[in-house]
Design a protein around this ligand. Structure first.
Ligand code: PLP
Length: 399
């Protein structure tokens, strides 16, 4: 018998972290791999938060803090929500955690009873179904029924039951880069208004990377009457190039915030005191994220231009947000490599591209939607040019 719990035996390791780790391993062994599987900006953390962290260390701000997050950090988050999102939250409606993932885990842990259902629209960020299941819930995966790969109101309505505890929304989306419009959110909100027992997780972690003319809108902007039942999740990781600092936050009802605070007091105690000082400054700055967004937009366009030269990739959906391309592999599965291997599914294509093009990507199967491939364009323009061309060339060798 295993020493491990059934919960952990059933848990999958994060597929994107695994793919990125494999690429790193091959690189350290001397392979020249272009890493298109990374889920983080390649920029360094801006100076102001970094210097604030150094100051925090030298001034001895290195102690335990409030499990809800320091008050001045929560004030900075409230100002950010007001300034960037036109949303009005009080500091008692904000919970700071060690990353957005940590907030999602604690929110599910705080609310899910055995067999409660969590609606997760596919393609989904790898962690939602696993975290829901780890917390005793039952993920209900909803397949998209349009080219946009977005959740539609009718599909949502069909899948809500008396057991639904949460509905997960993620805009901009990982892995598709889709950004929900105000009208689309309005339609979803109309369904949710009729279901008062349902909580909504609005994961807005890629908010800062939305390419004009697309605009980021929160569900709470279009439906303020859903504010009490919605937990907005955001953080420092993506928009502020601070993935390693581990600061995320939730904005929601005081009941839920207090419950998460209680849990954190028994799990991680509080987020890193030094990272909190840095994040307080990061959330007050808007300029660095605009610079990153403009840079990512150019990289996106470069990747799309090169990849579009492959007939096998067809019409590439240009993502309106985040830094991912989600390619459709329908014309590629079933093809044969020069050595005669049949690419039966997207996992085979990922392996083929790693071997033949020296490019690391993540399979659509990791996001519950096949046959697809996720490419992160958060790497240098040279790597994008070289890596995308290598993909096009490798695909041209298929029979
Ligand atoms: N939500 C989405 C959609 C993500 O892609 C990620 C990171 O990859 C997160 C949340 C969590 O980020 P963090 O825990 O670094 O704040």
């Amino acid at each position: 018998a295993s020493i491990l719990s059934q919960k952990v035996i059933n848990l999958n390791e994060s597929a994107s972290l695994k793919a990125a780790a494999l690429a790193q391993k091959l690189i350290s062994e001397g392979r020249r791999i272009i890493n298109f599987s990374i889920g983080e900006p390649d920029f360094n953390t801006p100076d102001a938060p970094s210097l604030e962290a150094i100051k925090a260390i030298t001034m001895g701000k290195t102690h335990y803090s409030n499990p809800q997050g320091n008050l001045d950090l929560r004030e900075s988050i409230c100002e950010k929500l007001q300034r960037d999102n036109a949303l009005d939250y009080g500091t008692d409606e904000i919970i700071v955690g060690s990353g957005g993932k940590h907030i999602i885990y604690h929110a599910f842990l705080a609310t899910i009873n055995p067999d409660d259902e969590v609606i997760v629209p596919s393609p989904y960020w790898v962690s939602y179904p696993d975290i829901a299941a780890l917390c005793g819930g039952k993920p209900i995966i909803v397949q998209p029924n349009s080219e946009s790969l977005k959740l539609e109101a009718e599909e949502l309505e069909k899948n809500i039951s008396a057991k639904t505890k949460w509905v997960v929304l993620n805009s901009p989306s990982n892995p598709t880069g889709a950004v929900y419009t105000e009208d689309e959110l309005q339609a979803i909100a109309e369904v949710l208004k009729k279901q008062p027992h349902v909580l909504i997780l609005s994961d807005e972690i890629y908010e800062k990377f939305v390419y004009p003319p697309a605009k980021h809108v929160s569900l709470v902007n279009v439906a303020p009457d859903l504010k009490e039942r919605t937990l907005i999740v955001n953080g420092a990781s993506k928009g502020y190039a601070m993935t390693g600092w581990r600061i995320g936050f939730g904005a929601g009802s005081t009941t839920l915030v207090a419950a998460i605070k209680k849990l954190i007091s028994q799990t991680t105690t509080c987020p890193s005191s030094i990272s909190q000082e840095a994040a307080k400054v990061a959330f007050s700055e808007t300029q660095p994220s605009i610079m990153m967004r403009d840079s990512f937009q150019g990289r996106r366009d470069q990747a799309v231009t090169i990849l579009s030269t492959s007939e096998l990739l067809g019409d590439i959906r240009k993502p309106e947000g985040a830094f991912y391309l989600f390619l459709n592999l329908e014309k590629i599965v079933g093809k044969q490599t020069a050595s005669g291997k049949v690419l039966n599914m997207d996992d085979d294509v990922v392996e083929f591209l790693l071997e033949e093009a020296n490019v690391s990507t993540v399979s659509g199967s990791a996001y519950g939607f096949s046959p697809c491939l996720r490419i992160s364009f958060a790497c240098s323009i040279e790597q994008i040019t070289q890596g995308c061309q290598a993909i096009v060339d490798a695909l041209a060798s298929l029979k």
